[in-house]
Ligand binder design. Structure first.
Ligand SMILES: NC(=O)c1ccc[n+]([C@@H]2O[C@H](COP(=O)([O-])OP(=O)(O)OC[C@H]3O[C@@H](n4cnc5c(N)ncnc54)[C@H](O)[C@@H]3O)[C@@H](O)[C@H]2O)c1
Ligand SMILES: *[C@@H]1O[C@H](CO)[C@@H](O)[C@H](O)[C@H]1NC(C)=O
Length: 462
Protein backbone atom coordinates (compact mmCIF):
# COMPACT_ATOMS: atom_id res chain seq x y z
CA UNK A 1 0.00 0.00 0.00
CA UNK A 2 2.97 2.29 0.37
CA UNK A 3 3.10 2.61 -3.36
CA UNK A 4 -0.32 4.14 -3.34
CA UNK A 5 0.66 7.12 -1.29
CA UNK A 6 3.93 7.56 -3.07
CA UNK A 7 4.45 10.63 -5.18
CA UNK A 8 3.02 10.82 -8.64
CA UNK A 9 4.84 8.83 -11.28
CA UNK A 10 3.42 9.91 -14.56
CA UNK A 11 5.51 9.97 -17.63
CA UNK A 12 6.09 12.01 -20.65
CA UNK A 13 4.72 11.45 -24.11
CA UNK A 14 7.70 11.40 -26.41
CA UNK A 15 6.59 11.54 -30.00
CA UNK A 16 8.80 9.66 -32.40
CA UNK A 17 9.29 12.86 -34.31
CA UNK A 18 8.98 16.35 -32.92
CA UNK A 19 5.36 17.31 -33.38
CA UNK A 20 5.15 20.48 -31.46
CA UNK A 21 6.87 23.20 -33.42
CA UNK A 22 3.92 25.30 -32.60
CA UNK A 23 3.47 28.92 -32.02
CA UNK A 24 1.36 29.75 -29.08
CA UNK A 25 -0.95 32.67 -29.00
CA UNK A 26 0.80 35.50 -27.34
CA UNK A 27 -2.40 37.27 -26.48
CA UNK A 28 -3.78 34.37 -24.49
CA UNK A 29 -4.53 35.34 -20.91
CA UNK A 30 -1.74 34.42 -18.55
CA UNK A 31 -2.61 31.63 -16.25
CA UNK A 32 -3.01 32.69 -12.71
CA UNK A 33 -1.34 29.62 -11.38
CA UNK A 34 1.92 30.44 -13.05
CA UNK A 35 2.32 32.97 -10.31
CA UNK A 36 0.90 30.97 -7.48
CA UNK A 37 3.03 29.70 -4.65
CA UNK A 38 2.52 26.16 -5.80
CA UNK A 39 5.93 24.79 -6.50
CA UNK A 40 6.88 22.20 -9.01
CA UNK A 41 8.72 19.18 -7.86
CA UNK A 42 11.48 17.96 -10.07
CA UNK A 43 12.18 14.42 -11.01
CA UNK A 44 10.97 12.00 -8.42
CA UNK A 45 12.32 8.51 -8.63
CA UNK A 46 9.75 5.74 -8.78
CA UNK A 47 9.96 4.07 -5.45
CA UNK A 48 11.00 0.49 -5.12
CA UNK A 49 7.58 -0.65 -4.07
CA UNK A 50 6.10 0.30 -7.41
CA UNK A 51 8.72 -1.81 -9.09
CA UNK A 52 7.86 -4.69 -6.78
CA UNK A 53 4.16 -4.30 -7.48
CA UNK A 54 4.90 -4.26 -11.17
CA UNK A 55 6.98 -7.38 -11.06
CA UNK A 56 4.38 -9.17 -8.97
CA UNK A 57 1.52 -8.13 -11.21
CA UNK A 58 3.08 -8.52 -14.55
CA UNK A 59 5.93 -10.92 -14.60
CA UNK A 60 5.29 -14.52 -15.56
CA UNK A 61 1.62 -14.73 -16.50
CA UNK A 62 2.35 -15.50 -20.17
CA UNK A 63 4.89 -18.27 -20.12
CA UNK A 64 4.82 -18.63 -23.89
CA UNK A 65 5.85 -15.09 -24.64
CA UNK A 66 9.48 -14.92 -23.65
CA UNK A 67 10.01 -12.67 -26.62
CA UNK A 68 11.38 -9.35 -25.56
CA UNK A 69 13.59 -10.06 -22.57
CA UNK A 70 16.39 -7.94 -23.93
CA UNK A 71 14.18 -4.89 -24.20
CA UNK A 72 12.28 -5.60 -21.02
CA UNK A 73 10.50 -2.47 -19.94
CA UNK A 74 10.59 -3.68 -16.37
CA UNK A 75 14.26 -3.23 -15.75
CA UNK A 76 14.54 -0.87 -12.82
CA UNK A 77 17.03 1.42 -14.49
CA UNK A 78 14.67 1.98 -17.33
CA UNK A 79 11.74 2.79 -15.12
CA UNK A 80 13.82 5.22 -13.12
CA UNK A 81 15.02 6.97 -16.20
CA UNK A 82 11.47 7.46 -17.33
CA UNK A 83 9.99 8.65 -14.10
CA UNK A 84 7.92 11.62 -13.85
CA UNK A 85 7.72 15.23 -13.71
CA UNK A 86 4.49 16.31 -12.15
CA UNK A 87 3.34 19.39 -10.42
CA UNK A 88 3.52 19.14 -6.69
CA UNK A 89 0.41 18.24 -4.78
CA UNK A 90 1.65 19.41 -1.41
CA UNK A 91 0.27 22.90 -1.22
CA UNK A 92 -3.40 22.20 -0.56
CA UNK A 93 -5.24 23.15 2.58
CA UNK A 94 -6.02 26.26 4.57
CA UNK A 95 -9.15 28.29 5.08
CA UNK A 96 -8.90 30.18 1.80
CA UNK A 97 -8.37 26.95 -0.15
CA UNK A 98 -11.35 25.28 1.55
CA UNK A 99 -13.49 28.27 0.70
CA UNK A 100 -12.57 27.95 -2.97
CA UNK A 101 -13.26 24.21 -2.88
CA UNK A 102 -16.67 24.72 -1.30
CA UNK A 103 -17.61 27.57 -3.62
CA UNK A 104 -16.67 25.61 -6.74
CA UNK A 105 -18.67 22.57 -5.61
CA UNK A 106 -21.77 24.56 -4.64
CA UNK A 107 -24.96 23.35 -6.31
CA UNK A 108 -26.92 26.02 -8.22
CA UNK A 109 -30.00 24.18 -9.45
CA UNK A 110 -32.81 22.26 -7.76
CA UNK A 111 -31.90 18.60 -7.56
CA UNK A 112 -28.37 19.36 -8.77
CA UNK A 113 -25.26 17.34 -8.05
CA UNK A 114 -21.93 18.16 -6.56
CA UNK A 115 -19.35 16.33 -8.62
CA UNK A 116 -15.67 15.68 -8.04
CA UNK A 117 -14.13 15.45 -11.52
CA UNK A 118 -10.70 13.82 -11.55
CA UNK A 119 -8.54 14.50 -14.59
CA UNK A 120 -10.28 17.87 -14.98
CA UNK A 121 -7.17 19.35 -16.59
CA UNK A 122 -7.45 16.65 -19.25
CA UNK A 123 -9.33 16.64 -22.53
CA UNK A 124 -12.54 14.87 -21.54
CA UNK A 125 -12.43 16.17 -17.95
CA UNK A 126 -12.43 19.79 -19.05
CA UNK A 127 -15.45 19.32 -21.31
CA UNK A 128 -17.44 17.32 -18.76
CA UNK A 129 -16.66 19.83 -16.00
CA UNK A 130 -17.78 22.74 -18.17
CA UNK A 131 -21.01 21.02 -19.18
CA UNK A 132 -21.93 20.14 -15.60
CA UNK A 133 -21.16 23.65 -14.42
CA UNK A 134 -23.25 25.14 -17.21
CA UNK A 135 -26.36 23.29 -16.08
CA UNK A 136 -25.93 24.32 -12.46
CA UNK A 137 -24.15 21.41 -10.85
CA UNK A 138 -21.33 22.04 -8.41
CA UNK A 139 -18.02 20.91 -9.85
CA UNK A 140 -14.61 20.52 -8.26
CA UNK A 141 -11.70 19.40 -10.42
CA UNK A 142 -8.60 17.45 -9.44
CA UNK A 143 -5.55 16.98 -11.66
CA UNK A 144 -1.82 16.48 -11.18
CA UNK A 145 -0.91 18.29 -14.42
CA UNK A 146 1.81 15.82 -15.32
CA UNK A 147 3.88 16.29 -18.46
CA UNK A 148 2.81 13.21 -20.43
CA UNK A 149 1.88 15.82 -23.02
CA UNK A 150 2.34 19.57 -23.05
CA UNK A 151 1.36 20.84 -19.58
CA UNK A 152 0.68 24.30 -21.06
CA UNK A 153 -2.39 22.82 -22.80
CA UNK A 154 -3.61 21.44 -19.47
CA UNK A 155 -3.02 24.85 -17.88
CA UNK A 156 -4.98 26.55 -20.65
CA UNK A 157 -7.90 24.20 -20.01
CA UNK A 158 -7.59 24.94 -16.30
CA UNK A 159 -7.72 28.67 -17.03
CA UNK A 160 -10.83 28.10 -19.13
CA UNK A 161 -12.51 26.25 -16.28
CA UNK A 162 -11.41 28.88 -13.80
CA UNK A 163 -13.18 31.54 -15.85
CA UNK A 164 -16.48 29.67 -15.53
CA UNK A 165 -16.07 29.06 -11.81
CA UNK A 166 -14.59 25.57 -11.69
CA UNK A 167 -11.63 25.25 -9.34
CA UNK A 168 -9.19 22.52 -10.33
CA UNK A 169 -7.21 21.37 -7.30
CA UNK A 170 -3.67 20.39 -8.10
CA UNK A 171 -3.00 16.96 -6.68
CA UNK A 172 -2.61 13.28 -7.31
CA UNK A 173 -5.39 10.71 -6.96
CA UNK A 174 -2.84 8.64 -5.02
CA UNK A 175 -2.87 11.29 -2.29
CA UNK A 176 -5.26 9.67 0.21
CA UNK A 177 -5.15 12.50 2.78
CA UNK A 178 -6.01 15.05 0.08
CA UNK A 179 -8.98 12.95 -1.07
CA UNK A 180 -10.21 12.53 2.51
CA UNK A 181 -9.93 16.28 3.00
CA UNK A 182 -11.96 16.96 -0.13
CA UNK A 183 -14.71 14.59 1.01
CA UNK A 184 -14.64 16.24 4.45
CA UNK A 185 -15.12 19.67 2.96
CA UNK A 186 -17.74 18.69 0.34
CA UNK A 187 -20.38 15.93 0.55
CA UNK A 188 -19.95 15.02 -3.12
CA UNK A 189 -22.98 13.26 -4.58
CA UNK A 190 -20.96 11.97 -7.56
CA UNK A 191 -17.39 11.31 -8.63
CA UNK A 192 -16.60 11.53 -12.34
CA UNK A 193 -13.26 9.75 -12.48
CA UNK A 194 -11.34 10.60 -15.66
CA UNK A 195 -7.77 10.88 -14.36
CA UNK A 196 -5.59 8.21 -15.91
CA UNK A 197 -2.43 7.47 -17.78
CA UNK A 198 -3.77 7.26 -21.31
CA UNK A 199 -2.13 6.12 -24.53
CA UNK A 200 -1.52 2.62 -25.81
CA UNK A 201 1.99 2.66 -27.24
CA UNK A 202 3.52 4.71 -24.44
CA UNK A 203 2.83 1.84 -22.06
CA UNK A 204 5.90 0.07 -23.40
CA UNK A 205 8.06 3.03 -22.50
CA UNK A 206 6.67 3.79 -19.07
CA UNK A 207 4.65 0.89 -17.67
CA UNK A 208 4.92 2.16 -14.08
CA UNK A 209 2.91 5.27 -14.86
CA UNK A 210 -0.06 3.07 -15.86
CA UNK A 211 0.11 1.06 -12.65
CA UNK A 212 0.44 4.27 -10.66
CA UNK A 213 -2.52 6.17 -12.08
CA UNK A 214 -4.86 3.47 -13.41
CA UNK A 215 -4.50 0.85 -10.69
CA UNK A 216 -3.00 2.29 -7.49
CA UNK A 217 -4.71 5.64 -8.08
CA UNK A 218 -8.07 4.03 -8.76
CA UNK A 219 -7.84 2.01 -5.53
CA UNK A 220 -6.91 5.10 -3.49
CA UNK A 221 -9.85 6.96 -5.00
CA UNK A 222 -12.33 4.13 -4.35
CA UNK A 223 -11.01 3.79 -0.78
CA UNK A 224 -11.83 7.45 -0.22
CA UNK A 225 -15.26 7.03 -1.85
CA UNK A 226 -16.24 4.02 0.25
CA UNK A 227 -15.25 5.81 3.46
CA UNK A 228 -16.96 9.07 2.54
CA UNK A 229 -20.23 9.92 4.22
CA UNK A 230 -22.37 10.04 2.17
CA UNK A 231 -20.76 7.66 -0.31
CA UNK A 232 -20.83 9.21 -3.79
CA UNK A 233 -21.94 7.38 -6.92
CA UNK A 234 -18.91 6.81 -9.14
CA UNK A 235 -18.77 7.08 -12.94
CA UNK A 236 -15.38 6.40 -14.49
CA UNK A 237 -13.63 6.02 -17.84
CA UNK A 238 -12.68 2.56 -18.95
CA UNK A 239 -11.76 2.10 -22.59
CA UNK A 240 -12.67 0.33 -25.81
CA UNK A 241 -9.16 -1.14 -25.61
CA UNK A 242 -10.48 -3.76 -23.15
CA UNK A 243 -11.89 -5.59 -26.19
CA UNK A 244 -8.29 -6.36 -27.13
CA UNK A 245 -8.05 -9.30 -29.47
CA UNK A 246 -11.81 -9.65 -29.71
CA UNK A 247 -12.76 -9.92 -33.40
CA UNK A 248 -16.54 -10.01 -33.14
CA UNK A 249 -17.97 -6.70 -34.33
CA UNK A 250 -19.56 -4.45 -33.37
CA UNK A 251 -18.04 -4.73 -29.88
CA UNK A 252 -20.73 -5.44 -27.32
CA UNK A 253 -20.60 -5.29 -23.53
CA UNK A 254 -21.37 -9.01 -23.60
CA UNK A 255 -18.21 -9.92 -25.52
CA UNK A 256 -15.00 -11.23 -23.98
CA UNK A 257 -12.62 -8.67 -22.56
CA UNK A 258 -9.99 -10.97 -21.10
CA UNK A 259 -7.41 -10.65 -23.87
CA UNK A 260 -5.96 -7.13 -23.62
CA UNK A 261 -3.35 -6.25 -26.26
CA UNK A 262 -1.57 -3.55 -24.25
CA UNK A 263 -0.70 -2.77 -20.66
CA UNK A 264 -2.98 0.26 -20.92
CA UNK A 265 -5.87 -2.05 -21.80
CA UNK A 266 -4.90 -4.43 -19.00
CA UNK A 267 -5.01 -1.64 -16.42
CA UNK A 268 -8.44 -0.52 -17.65
CA UNK A 269 -9.70 -4.10 -17.50
CA UNK A 270 -8.19 -4.42 -14.02
CA UNK A 271 -10.08 -1.25 -13.14
CA UNK A 272 -13.36 -2.87 -14.15
CA UNK A 273 -12.61 -5.82 -11.85
CA UNK A 274 -11.56 -3.51 -9.01
CA UNK A 275 -14.84 -1.64 -9.50
CA UNK A 276 -16.64 -4.93 -9.08
CA UNK A 277 -15.03 -5.58 -5.69
CA UNK A 278 -15.74 -2.09 -4.34
CA UNK A 279 -19.32 -2.44 -5.45
CA UNK A 280 -19.59 -5.88 -3.91
CA UNK A 281 -17.86 -5.20 -0.59
CA UNK A 282 -18.83 -1.61 0.16
CA UNK A 283 -22.03 -0.95 -1.78
CA UNK A 284 -20.50 1.69 -4.04
CA UNK A 285 -22.59 2.52 -7.10
CA UNK A 286 -20.13 2.33 -10.01
CA UNK A 287 -20.53 2.88 -13.75
CA UNK A 288 -17.69 2.20 -16.19
CA UNK A 289 -17.74 3.89 -19.59
CA UNK A 290 -15.74 2.37 -22.44
CA UNK A 291 -14.82 5.37 -24.59
CA UNK A 292 -14.03 4.81 -28.28
CA UNK A 293 -11.32 7.16 -29.69
CA UNK A 294 -12.55 10.52 -28.45
CA UNK A 295 -11.55 13.61 -30.45
CA UNK A 296 -12.37 17.30 -30.65
CA UNK A 297 -11.35 20.81 -29.59
CA UNK A 298 -8.92 20.92 -26.63
CA UNK A 299 -8.00 17.33 -27.51
CA UNK A 300 -4.94 15.25 -26.75
CA UNK A 301 -1.72 15.93 -28.68
CA UNK A 302 -0.65 12.28 -28.49
CA UNK A 303 -3.57 11.16 -30.66
CA UNK A 304 -3.31 10.68 -34.43
CA UNK A 305 -5.89 13.25 -35.56
CA UNK A 306 -4.05 15.85 -33.47
CA UNK A 307 -0.44 15.19 -34.50
CA UNK A 308 -1.45 14.55 -38.11
CA UNK A 309 -2.85 18.09 -38.11
CA UNK A 310 0.39 19.40 -36.69
CA UNK A 311 2.52 17.45 -39.17
CA UNK A 312 0.38 18.39 -42.16
CA UNK A 313 0.70 22.07 -41.30
CA UNK A 314 4.45 21.66 -40.90
CA UNK A 315 4.81 19.89 -44.24
CA UNK A 316 6.05 16.75 -42.54
CA UNK A 317 5.34 13.25 -43.78
CA UNK A 318 2.74 11.31 -41.85
CA UNK A 319 2.89 7.61 -41.11
CA UNK A 320 -0.25 5.60 -41.68
CA UNK A 321 -0.54 2.07 -40.37
CA UNK A 322 -2.10 -0.82 -42.24
CA UNK A 323 -2.80 -4.41 -41.23
CA UNK A 324 -0.50 -7.33 -42.03
CA UNK A 325 -2.40 -8.03 -45.27
CA UNK A 326 -2.75 -4.40 -46.25
CA UNK A 327 -6.13 -3.99 -44.54
CA UNK A 328 -6.90 -0.45 -43.50
CA UNK A 329 -6.84 0.46 -39.83
CA UNK A 330 -10.14 1.96 -38.72
CA UNK A 331 -11.43 3.66 -35.61
CA UNK A 332 -14.88 4.39 -34.25
CA UNK A 333 -14.06 8.10 -33.76
CA UNK A 334 -16.39 9.68 -31.22
CA UNK A 335 -16.85 13.42 -30.93
CA UNK A 336 -16.27 14.98 -27.54
CA UNK A 337 -19.75 16.53 -27.21
CA UNK A 338 -21.31 13.10 -27.73
CA UNK A 339 -19.02 11.62 -25.06
CA UNK A 340 -19.99 14.43 -22.68
CA UNK A 341 -23.65 13.65 -23.30
CA UNK A 342 -22.98 10.00 -22.47
CA UNK A 343 -21.08 10.90 -19.30
CA UNK A 344 -23.92 13.12 -18.12
CA UNK A 345 -26.44 10.42 -19.01
CA UNK A 346 -24.47 8.03 -16.81
CA UNK A 347 -24.38 10.51 -13.92
CA UNK A 348 -28.11 11.24 -14.26
CA UNK A 349 -29.08 7.56 -14.19
CA UNK A 350 -26.61 6.50 -11.49
CA UNK A 351 -28.35 5.17 -8.39
CA UNK A 352 -27.08 6.13 -4.96
CA UNK A 353 -24.38 4.09 -3.29
CA UNK A 354 -25.82 2.01 -0.46
CA UNK A 355 -23.02 1.87 2.12
CA UNK A 356 -22.43 4.04 5.16
CA UNK A 357 -19.52 4.25 7.56
CA UNK A 358 -17.46 2.18 5.14
CA UNK A 359 -19.97 -0.71 5.36
CA UNK A 360 -22.30 -2.11 2.75
CA UNK A 361 -26.01 -1.90 3.62
CA UNK A 362 -27.41 -3.49 0.49
CA UNK A 363 -26.73 -4.27 -3.15
CA UNK A 364 -25.67 -1.32 -5.29
CA UNK A 365 -25.66 -0.53 -8.97
CA UNK A 366 -22.77 -1.78 -11.13
CA UNK A 367 -22.77 -0.96 -14.84
CA UNK A 368 -20.54 -0.89 -17.93
CA UNK A 369 -21.36 0.85 -21.23
CA UNK A 370 -19.75 1.40 -24.60
CA UNK A 371 -19.65 5.05 -25.63
CA UNK A 372 -18.77 5.07 -29.32
CA UNK A 373 -20.10 6.44 -32.55
CA UNK A 374 -20.97 3.10 -34.26
CA UNK A 375 -19.37 4.29 -37.45
CA UNK A 376 -15.73 3.21 -37.93
CA UNK A 377 -13.68 5.32 -40.31
CA UNK A 378 -10.42 4.16 -41.95
CA UNK A 379 -7.45 6.25 -40.90
CA UNK A 380 -6.80 7.03 -44.59
CA UNK A 381 -10.22 8.70 -44.68
CA UNK A 382 -9.31 10.69 -41.56
CA UNK A 383 -6.26 11.98 -43.44
CA UNK A 384 -8.31 12.87 -46.51
CA UNK A 385 -10.71 14.93 -44.39
CA UNK A 386 -7.80 16.73 -42.73
CA UNK A 387 -6.17 17.44 -46.12
CA UNK A 388 -9.37 19.14 -47.28
CA UNK A 389 -9.83 21.14 -44.09
CA UNK A 390 -6.20 22.27 -43.95
CA UNK A 391 -5.88 22.73 -47.72
CA UNK A 392 -2.66 20.75 -47.88
CA UNK A 393 -1.61 17.55 -49.59
CA UNK A 394 -0.31 14.88 -47.25
CA UNK A 395 2.99 13.14 -47.80
CA UNK A 396 1.88 9.69 -46.65
CA UNK A 397 4.08 6.85 -45.61
CA UNK A 398 2.15 3.61 -45.23
CA UNK A 399 3.74 1.01 -42.97
CA UNK A 400 2.61 -2.21 -41.34
CA UNK A 401 1.19 -1.64 -37.89
CA UNK A 402 3.69 -2.70 -35.23
CA UNK A 403 2.40 -5.22 -32.72
CA UNK A 404 2.70 -2.84 -29.82
CA UNK A 405 -0.78 -2.76 -28.46
CA UNK A 406 -2.90 -1.01 -31.05
CA UNK A 407 -5.76 -3.01 -32.48
CA UNK A 408 -6.72 -2.83 -36.13
CA UNK A 409 -10.36 -2.00 -35.86
CA UNK A 410 -12.82 -0.67 -33.30
CA UNK A 411 -16.57 -0.49 -33.66
CA UNK A 412 -18.97 0.02 -30.78
CA UNK A 413 -22.37 -1.50 -30.34
CA UNK A 414 -24.03 1.28 -28.35
CA UNK A 415 -27.54 -0.10 -28.03
CA UNK A 416 -27.17 -0.58 -24.28
CA UNK A 417 -26.10 3.03 -23.69
CA UNK A 418 -28.84 4.21 -26.04
CA UNK A 419 -31.45 2.36 -24.08
CA UNK A 420 -30.24 2.98 -20.55
CA UNK A 421 -28.37 6.30 -20.70
CA UNK A 422 -30.28 8.01 -23.50
CA UNK A 423 -26.97 8.21 -25.35
CA UNK A 424 -27.35 9.38 -28.95
CA UNK A 425 -24.17 10.44 -30.75
CA UNK A 426 -24.92 12.96 -33.49
CA UNK A 427 -21.57 14.19 -34.83
CA UNK A 428 -19.86 12.59 -37.82
CA UNK A 429 -16.10 12.71 -38.27
CA UNK A 430 -16.17 15.45 -40.91
CA UNK A 431 -18.22 17.80 -38.77
CA UNK A 432 -16.21 17.05 -35.64
CA UNK A 433 -12.84 17.49 -37.32
CA UNK A 434 -13.94 20.81 -38.74
CA UNK A 435 -14.57 22.02 -35.20
CA UNK A 436 -11.27 20.55 -34.05
CA UNK A 437 -9.29 22.28 -36.81
CA UNK A 438 -10.99 25.58 -36.11
CA UNK A 439 -9.98 25.30 -32.45
CA UNK A 440 -6.45 24.14 -33.31
CA UNK A 441 -5.82 27.15 -35.51
CA UNK A 442 -7.18 29.57 -32.98
CA UNK A 443 -5.20 28.02 -30.16
CA UNK A 444 -1.82 27.52 -31.84
CA UNK A 445 -2.07 30.24 -34.43
CA UNK A 446 0.31 28.45 -36.80
CA UNK A 447 1.99 30.64 -39.42
CA UNK A 448 0.61 30.70 -42.93
CA UNK A 449 -2.88 29.52 -42.22
CA UNK A 450 -4.55 32.82 -41.43
CA UNK A 451 -6.92 32.28 -44.34
CA UNK A 452 -8.38 29.26 -42.62
CA UNK A 453 -9.26 31.23 -39.51
CA UNK A 454 -11.39 33.90 -41.18
CA UNK A 455 -14.62 32.06 -40.71
CA UNK A 456 -13.76 31.02 -37.17
CA UNK A 457 -15.74 33.51 -35.18
CA UNK A 458 -16.40 31.01 -32.44
CA UNK A 459 -13.97 30.88 -29.60
CA UNK A 460 -13.43 28.48 -26.75
CA UNK A 461 -16.10 26.19 -28.08
CA UNK A 462 -15.92 23.81 -25.19
N1 LIG B 1 -9.54 10.25 -25.35
C1 LIG B 1 -9.81 8.99 -25.68
O1 LIG B 1 -9.89 8.65 -26.86
C2 LIG B 1 -10.06 7.95 -24.63
C3 LIG B 1 -10.44 6.66 -25.06
C4 LIG B 1 -10.69 5.70 -24.10
C5 LIG B 1 -10.57 5.99 -22.76
N2 LIG B 1 -10.18 7.24 -22.36
C6 LIG B 1 -10.08 7.51 -20.92
O2 LIG B 1 -10.80 8.69 -20.64
C7 LIG B 1 -10.19 9.39 -19.56
C8 LIG B 1 -9.89 10.82 -19.99
O3 LIG B 1 -9.01 10.77 -21.11
P1 LIG B 1 -8.46 12.08 -21.82
O4 LIG B 1 -8.43 11.78 -23.27
O5 LIG B 1 -9.19 13.26 -21.32
O6 LIG B 1 -6.95 12.05 -21.29
P2 LIG B 1 -6.06 13.24 -20.69
O7 LIG B 1 -4.69 12.67 -20.56
O8 LIG B 1 -6.24 14.47 -21.49
O9 LIG B 1 -6.67 13.48 -19.26
C9 LIG B 1 -6.30 12.75 -18.11
C10 LIG B 1 -5.89 13.74 -17.03
O10 LIG B 1 -5.61 13.00 -15.84
C11 LIG B 1 -4.50 13.59 -15.20
N3 LIG B 1 -3.86 12.56 -14.39
C12 LIG B 1 -3.17 11.48 -14.81
N4 LIG B 1 -2.74 10.77 -13.77
C13 LIG B 1 -3.17 11.42 -12.65
C14 LIG B 1 -3.03 11.18 -11.26
N5 LIG B 1 -2.34 10.11 -10.81
N6 LIG B 1 -3.60 12.05 -10.40
C15 LIG B 1 -4.28 13.14 -10.85
N7 LIG B 1 -4.44 13.41 -12.15
C16 LIG B 1 -3.89 12.56 -13.05
C17 LIG B 1 -3.62 14.09 -16.33
O11 LIG B 1 -2.79 15.16 -15.89
C18 LIG B 1 -4.62 14.52 -17.37
O12 LIG B 1 -4.88 15.91 -17.31
C19 LIG B 1 -8.95 8.58 -19.20
O13 LIG B 1 -9.30 7.71 -18.14
C20 LIG B 1 -8.67 7.79 -20.44
O14 LIG B 1 -7.97 6.60 -20.16
C21 LIG B 1 -9.93 8.23 -23.27
C1 LIG C 1 -25.92 -4.94 -30.07
O1 LIG C 1 -26.05 -5.42 -28.76
C2 LIG C 1 -27.38 -5.80 -28.43
C3 LIG C 1 -27.39 -6.18 -26.98
O2 LIG C 1 -27.07 -5.06 -26.18
C4 LIG C 1 -27.85 -6.95 -29.33
O3 LIG C 1 -29.18 -7.28 -29.03
C5 LIG C 1 -27.73 -6.51 -30.78
O4 LIG C 1 -28.02 -7.60 -31.62
C6 LIG C 1 -26.32 -6.02 -31.08
N1 LIG C 1 -26.28 -5.46 -32.42
C7 LIG C 1 -25.45 -5.92 -33.37
C8 LIG C 1 -25.51 -5.23 -34.70
O5 LIG C 1 -24.66 -6.84 -33.18
Amino acid sequence: MDAMISPSTPGKFKPEKPHHHLHHHHHRPLFRLQHSPLFKCGLIVVCASVVVVLLLCLAPSHPSSSSSSSSSPFAASRIERRSLSASSSSSWGGAEWEKRVRYSARIRRVGGFSVLVTGAGGFVGTHVSAALKRRGDGVLGLDCFNDYYEPSLKRARQALLDRIGVFVVEGDINDGPLLRKLFDVVPFTHVMHLAAQAGVRYAMKNPASYVHSNIAGLVTLLEACKSADPQPAVVWASSSSVYGLNTKVPFSEFHRTDRPASLYAATKKAGEEIAHTYNHIYGLSITGLRFFTVYGPWGRPDMAYFFFTNDLLNGKPITIFEGPKGESVARDFTYIDDIVQGCIGALDTAKKSTGTGGKKRGPAQLRVYNLGNTSPVPVTELVTILERLLKVKANKKVVKMPANGDVQFTHANISLAQRELGYHPTTDLKTGLKRFVRWYIEYYNPPGVASLTKKSARSNSS
